[in-house]
Design a protein around this ligand. Structure first.
Ligand code: CUA
Length: 360
């Protein structure tokens, strides 16, 4: 091979390497510049995000390398006019190259798996003072139970946790597969009928974060959401104590009406409808009702479907939603537990309100 041909062969490879290095640097910079994640709300979040960053450092160069070689070869070595009948050079493979491109990915994969394994065992380690919270998924709502020694568990539809308190979630499903996901905690796990699954987190940042169902579970899957409130320890203890005592109705949060008077008169049914309570998901999350200003189309439009109906019909529709299902909708979408999660007074107020604004 003459000097001249060698130089001709080296130049494209050099160009390719230069282009590859530039593209890799740009790819990594872009990958790290993009803000991929929500707030880090648990001690588990940072090691997981770091693992993700490491994946970017490693996988972007591999992706860029493969892409650059393919595109470069297409551009530099494609057939030109007049070459239709030419054979390419006889190539019999290159053992050294094959060893490299087999060994290198193998080493990378083993290293990444080892790191991931270390992070996983680390964040899943049991904590001495952890608190158990039972998470119950059903079409299409989450509820939470806080077991109490020697008493009934405290139930809530909002997940309250104390900041810094390690928690072990025991996750169950009452009907079909769901998936309990709190993006701010970075953790998710399937809720599987018949068994109990679990994960651990230690929330370390005060705030309110969404809880999402991450497993397609039916028509209401997209509205199967809930809220987690990470509050200071003292506030959490006060909340649990209130709930154990039979509790101020959570709907009255921030504005407990001064004692006495008729409980029913104190319930603002319109707000109850539009915002729900810590126990019960808001009706307005799924139903359109002009008077309450809600507009979701997941369930029947109540201004139409309740027209001319009496209070007994409305009450039955809330307590046993599948007994009679509106045309165009399927059974099993509306949670069946409103009879339990609403207090009798709340239920009365809601029925009366709906009869007034939609029934007539
Ligand atoms: Cu429950 Cu999706």
């Amino acid at each position: 091979m003459s000097e001249e041909t060698r130089r001709q062969e080296r130049t494209p490879v050099l160009q390719m390497v230069v282009f590859g290095v530039v593209a890799t640097a740009a790819g990594i910079a872009l990958g790290l510049a993009i803000d991929w994640f929500p707030t880090q709300g648990s001690t588990q979040a940072k090691p997981i995000d770091d693992l993700y960053d490491l994946m970017i450092y490693v996988s972007v160069p591999v992706f860029v390398l493969v892409t650059v070689v393919v595109l470069f070869s297409v551009w530099k070595f494609h057939m030109r006019p007049g070459e239709e009948n030419l054979d390419g050079p006889p190539i019999h493979g290159n053992t050294r190259l094959e060893v490299i491109w087999t060994a290198l990915p193998a080493i990378l994969l083993v290293a990444l798996c080892s790191w991931a394994y270390v992070v996983m065992t680390d964040i899943e380690e049991a904590q001495a003072n952890e608190m158990r919270i039972d998470v119950i998924g059903q079409q299409f709502a989450w509820s939470y139970e806080y077991p109490q020694a020697g008493g009934k568990p405290v139930r809530s539809n909002i997940l309250y946790i104390a900041q810094g308190q390690p928690v072990r979630f025991n996750v169950k499903a009452l009907d079909v597969l769901h998936d309990f996901w709190v993006p701010a905690f970075r953790m998710k796990i399937d809720a599987v009928p018949g068994i109990s699954t679990r994960y651990r987190v230690t929330p370390n940042r005060l705030g309110t974060y969404p809880v999402v169902c991450a497993e397609l579970c039916g028509l209401g899957h997209s509205v199967m959401r809930s809220t987690v409130k990470v509050v200071p320890k003292a506030e959490f203890d006060k909340w649990i104590a209130e709930q154990k005592a039979g509790g101020a109705p959570p709907a009255a949060e921030g504005g407990e009406a001064a004692g006495g008077g008729d409980a029913e008169a104190q319930i603002d049914a319109k707000t109850l409808f539009a915002e729900g309570t810590s126990e019960a998901t808001a009706c307005g999350a799924c139903h359109t009702l002009a008077d309450a200003g809600t507009s979701s189309q997941t369930g029947p439009e109540l201004d139409k479907s309740l027209k001319g109906k009496d209070e007994a019909y409305i009450r039955a529709g809330i307590e046993d939603p599948d007994a009679e299902v509106a045309a165009g909708f399927q059974a099993g979408i509306m949670p069946k537990n409103y009879g339990d999660t609403l207090s009798p007074e709340e239920l009365d107020a809601l029925v009366e309100y709906l009869g007034k604004v939609a029934g007539k």
